[in-house]
Every structure is written in structure tokens, then in C-alpha cells.
Design a protein. Structure first.
Length: 295
């Protein structure tokens, strides 16, 4: 298992490492003035995930934290439950394969026959009934302070990342209070959140008092995965999809989007908000902010 990067100075347990070898590649091109220039572009590579002897999926990913990605993917697709005992997670870098082994053999042929492709970047795939497991789900009524939301957005948007280095990538951040803890990036937002789910599963981290922050749109898939992880709050500087909002309202997930400077919009779970910050005391973002979000 790849060791988490820790930096006691900023409080992250895992933070992006833009300088890590293999995540980006320098490519030469011609700019709008006709000048030859060189930029960094994000690498992507296939990763095939097995559950015991069954091949499940091949995902396109940037290649970091493959074990967390495999665990989180299987957990978020309902192929691993809280009662399943994982005995090993083996990654073969040369074959680009991760095998997750459990104490008791599993059988998921029916789910493999029935799958729905979602709108997430890099073609997200949800197996079986998308709403399976949400019926009867009750998320904890953990409060979230608006002062913490402002602090999280400010810190995350200033954190060095692959997005700021090369673009073409999404980030997802597990947070507690006003502190971002685990910041994962990938070419698809679903991969980034699966890495966090895998890290939480591997480390036994509780979800009830956490906030999940995503740099991308809050789609139905993002809402479903957040709820299935047991996290009561999903926030983003980007916008919403109608189905994402509808599902969030059904399961009681607090959904906060369009977080820029003083502004945000909450479309579900407003009862969890504690209004302890004066928006007028929050600095507005400059027009040319480092990270942009889609409305």
C-alpha cells in the first residue's frame, strides 16, 4: 500500500504532489501567437480492478493510490460491504492490475450484466440499480458552520495541485471542521471520490462528522457516492444537476454549491447550517482566481 503523504505544516494527511514523477508529461505545441511553447499535460493510464478472481472494470486514472481507488470503487458500487473482510490488496505496476481479495468469495455477475454509464468525466460507471442501498438511509444530523465552509474553500483553492499545474483534472477533499484532510485528484471526479472512500475504508475513518468537497459538478453519481459513504455534507465551487439535487433532498444530504468568495447556494439540508460567519467579512475572489468552477 502506498504511504500517505503527510505535511504537518499544512495539516493535510494526503495532499496533491504536482511534482511527482509520472503524473504529468511535458508536451510542445504552438500558442495563439505562433510561438513554440511547452506545457504540462496530465498522464492517464488504464487500471484493471479484480475482486478475487472476477475482473470488474478497467478505469482510466492518473495512477496514484491504485489500492485506494480499487477499494473505494468496489465499496461505492456495493461490491464490498462493511461486513466483508479484505485480506489483501495487491497492485501489479507492470500489468496495471489491482486485485482485492476477501475472506469469503463474492459473486457479482448479475451486477456486471446491468450497468449504467453516468455523465461523469472519463465515463463513470455505476453497476446495478443506482438507488440501491439508499432506501432507508439516514445520514447523521451533523451541523456545519458557515465559517468552516469559507475557511475550507480558501485553503483548498490555494493548495498546490495537479489542476493548477496542468488542468484537465478533478479534485475531491475529505474535510473535518475547517481542516481539509485528504485531497485526491484524478481525470474523473468519480475516481477521486473513490480514492477517498478507499482511504477511509483502509484506515477505519468515520464519516459522520466529515464534509466532502469536490471541484466538479454535483451530479447524481457524486450525491449517491457521498451518501453511501455516510458523509452528511457535499460542497463544491461548481454547480448542480437537477437529479443530483433531487436525490440529495430524498436522502437528507446537505448540498452546497457555487462557493466563490462570499457566496454559496444550499439546495438541500439547510437545517444543518450554522450561520456563524458574516459574509461581508469574507474577501471576494479576484476575477482571475486560480481555480474555476462550472456553473
Amino acid at each position: 500500500m502506498q504511504l500517505a503523504k503527510r505535511d504537518d505544516n499544512d495539516g493535510y494527511l494526503i495532499a496533491p504532489d504536482p511534482g511527482r514523477a509520472g503524473l504529468t508529461r511535458a508536451v510542445s505545441g504552438t500558442d495563439h501567437l505562433g510561438n513554440i511553447t511547452q506545457i504540462s499535460v496530465v498522464e492517464e493510464r488504464p487500471l484493471t480492478i479484480f475482486l478475487n478472481a472476477q475482473e470488474i472494470v478497467t478505469a482510466m486514472t492518473i495512477g496514484d493510490y491504485p489500492e485506494y481507488l480499487a477499494l473505494g470503487f468496489l465499496r461505492n458500487q456495493g461490491m464490498l460491504s462493511d461486513t466483508d473482510v479484505v485480506t489483501a490488496v495487491d497492485f501489479d505496476e507492470e500489468l496495471e492490475v489491482v486485485v482485492v481479495r476477501t475472506e469469503v468469495q463474492t459473486n457479482h455477475e448479475e451486477k456486471l450484466k446491468k450497468k449504467t454509464r453516468t455523465s461523469g468525466c472519463a465515463v463513470g460507471t455505476v453497476f446495478g440499480d443506482m438507488m440501491e442501498g439508499l432506501e432507508g438511509l439516514v445520514l447523521p444530523a451533523t451541523q456545519v458552520r458557515t465559517s468552516d465552509l469559507y475557511a475550507l474553500a480558501a485553503k483548498i483553492n490555494r493548495t498546490p495541485s495537479l489542476y493548477l499545474e496542468a488542468g484537465a483534472i478533478h479534485g475531491t477533499v475529505l474535510c473535518h471542521g475547517d481542516q481539509p484532510l485528504v485531497y485526491m485528484e484524478d481525470v474523473g471526479r468519480h475516481n477521486a471520490v473513490d480514492k477517498i472512500a478507499g482511504w477511509m475504508m483502509q484506515t477505519g475513518t468515520t464519516a459522520a462528522d466529515k464534509v466532502l468537497y469536490t471541484t466538479g459538478r454535483m451530479t447524481s453519481e457524486m450525491v449517491i457516492k457521498t451518501a453511501m459513504m455516510g458523509i452528511p455534507v457535499l460542497a463544491s465551487r461548481s454547480g448542480f444537476t437537477a437529479w443530483g439535487v433531487e436525490i440529495a433532498q430524498q436522502v437528507g444530504l446537505t448540498l452546497i454549491g457555487r462557493m466563490r468568495g462570499q457566496r454559496f447556494m444550499c439546495l438541500s439540508g439547510q437545517e444543518r447550517l450554522v450561520w456563524d460567519a458574516d459574509p461581508q467579512a469574507i474577501k471576494e475572489e479576484p476575477r482571475k482566481a486560480g481555480r474555476k468552477g462550472s456553473r
